[in-house]
Design a protein around this ligand. Structure first.
Ligand code: F6R
Length: 260
């Protein structure tokens, strides 16, 4: 795992935008895996402003989002379809037909999950998967005890996750209980991952993910088994890492090391 620690959240976001834009610059027909949540909003803002300024086109890019709430149609204001249009898709030159999210309103969510997995395969797999991390160590909506070999499927959300996402809905009762999410195994099958975490609330989960034992109790620890993971952190999210000095020695201020 490559651990890049930046002084501020803003610097961590900018570093993450650079990594994502470089992938698209190198391969204009990239397949990107995308995430939602509060952490990603300033990252998408930065990608929007920089793609225009730097002339990086998304016209050939295909995307697959990690997850969607079951029961919400694409026009529901709390859906991830809606989030992605507002945060990114409507603001860049992407071909909306090449963007994919699981349909939360599919009549058969299990069949939808299986079909989603096949769509990712048909696109040739994911070049770069963007990830956030939940306070409970989830990636996508793979809650604690998710199989580390799991594929896209239905997951029941924990109370902690529903509380964290409640702000996007009228009340806790309105906050969805189920989601379709790429599995941990689906994420491990991607060619590279970029996980961004900012703020002190994420520090315990970040420390478990990077330095804890691999366990389904903290699904993000599965990333230790992936060959190409970059974790970008601000100082607050890195605060509980015991080998912080070592990571900063290798990557001062988030720079690449001499050996990449
Ligand atoms: C959503 C997703 C989740 C979030 C995580 C952190 O697509 O993948 O794993 O990344 O819940 O969410 P925030 O950034 O809101 O703390």
């Amino acid at each position: 795992m490559k651990v890049l620690i930046l002084d501020t959240a803003e610097a961590a976001i900018d570093r993450s935008a650079t990594i994502l834009l470089d992938v698209v610059r190198r391969k204009p027909a990239s397949v990107l895996g995308l995430a939602t949540g509060g952490t990603m909003l300033p990252l998408y803002d930065r990608v929007v402003s920089r793609h225009a300024a730097e002339g990086v086109s998304f016209a050939g890019v295909t995307t697959f989002n990690l997850d969607e709430y079951i029961g919400l149609g694409p026009d529901h204001i709390g859906s991830y379809h809606h989030y992605m249009r507002k945060a990114l898709f409507d603001r860049i030159d992407i071909d909306i037909r090449l963007t994919h999210l699981p349909r939360g309103d599919a009549p058969d969510p299990t069949a939808e999950a299986e079909a989603y997995e096949r769509r990712i395969e048909a696109a040739g797999g994911i070049d770069l998967q963007l990830l956030g991390i939940g306070r409970n160590g989830h990636i996508g909506f793979n809650e604690p005890t998710s199989s580390l070999a799991s594929r896209t499927r239905i997951k029941t959300l924990t109370d902690d996750t529903r509380q964290a996402n409640r702000a996007y809905f009228d009340s806790l009762a309105d906050t969805p209980r189920f989601a379709i999410t790429m599995g941990v195994g689906t994420i491990l099958a991607t060619r590279a991952c970029l996980l961004l975490a900012t703020g002190a609330a994420k520090a315990p989960a970040v420390a478990r993910m990077i330095e804890g034992p691999v366990s389904a109790a903290c699904p993000a620890t599965a990333l230790q088994l992936h060959r190409q993971v970059t974790v970008v952190l601000d100082r607050a999210a890195a605060a509980e890492l015991s080998l912080r000095d070592y990571y900063e020695h290798i990557h001062p201020n988030g720079a690449e090391s001499d050996f990449g």
